[in-house]
Design a protein around this ligand. Sequence first.
Ligand SMILES: [Zn+2]
Length: 313
Amino acid sequence: MPTPSDNDQAIRLAAFNALQALMERHGEVLPWGLIHKGFTFRGEKHFFANKSRGIFWPRQMQETALSIKTPKQRGNRVARYNDGEVASDDAFLYRFQGEDVEGRDNRRLVRMQKAEVPLIYFYGVAPGVYRPLWPVYISNVNLEERSFHVMVDEPEKVNRFQPNTFTADAKLLSMERRYATVQAKKRLHQAAFRQHVLKAYQCRCAVCAFPRKELLDGAHILPDRDERGHAEVPNGLALCRLHHGAFDTNLMGIRPDGVIELAPSLLATQDGPTLEHALKGFVGKTLQLPRAKELRPKKLYLEERYERFRKVS
Ligand SMILES: [Zn+2]
């Protein structure tokens, strides 16, 4: 006889697989419209998440939850994930639903912490757009903060997942999860940055106007080294892969007034159509920037970046 937890576990694994397939098809960030369609398991429709609920399980799950969700509110600035809400062990901080840890939703997460059961975390990187993370685990229940600490693990581990088998390696496991969580936060930040920059540039390369999102990046004008600084659209440019690569390696430079230059070494080279048209063809032309002034690159950033281009090339 399958137990309720076997049933929940089967649904959970089906959800992980369905989500994996969705991301392989549509990329790593998903619009709510796709998530909302849910998935089919044993001939029945199941949902991944619910628009109005943070902690969610489909009605077919009996004991545990399937996902948690943090939507991104409107606004142009890219917040550093959970700004000011990072728990001490580098985990994500996820607020209780209501005040009471014994509440119906919270109780399921408490149970999942005890049994080491994984969840999906739908993390909003822009309004209505989510980067799903899984497997994530509740690593701590903080009654004072009224919050859960959420840590990420490697997706490959899910298939090896057996409750309570990791206890012997608890220390190693916590190190691995801390690392995976830090990496996940970086990816979330990059995904949010790209999302905002592409939107500001209406999904076109600022150099060549190439319009396919799949081949467009959110390029940083100044490197994104500082955790607090520069994580904003005015430090970004939407660039296609070729022009992003050329910009990052200082083969292409952008003057503070937006005029495009190439490194002298490249200008002196003769080659086929890519060099002639896709690179040399834009020398002396001006970047195509967003209409809204506050979204355009900051002059100060362009100046500093251009200085570096001049020195290197
Ligand atoms: Zn381009």
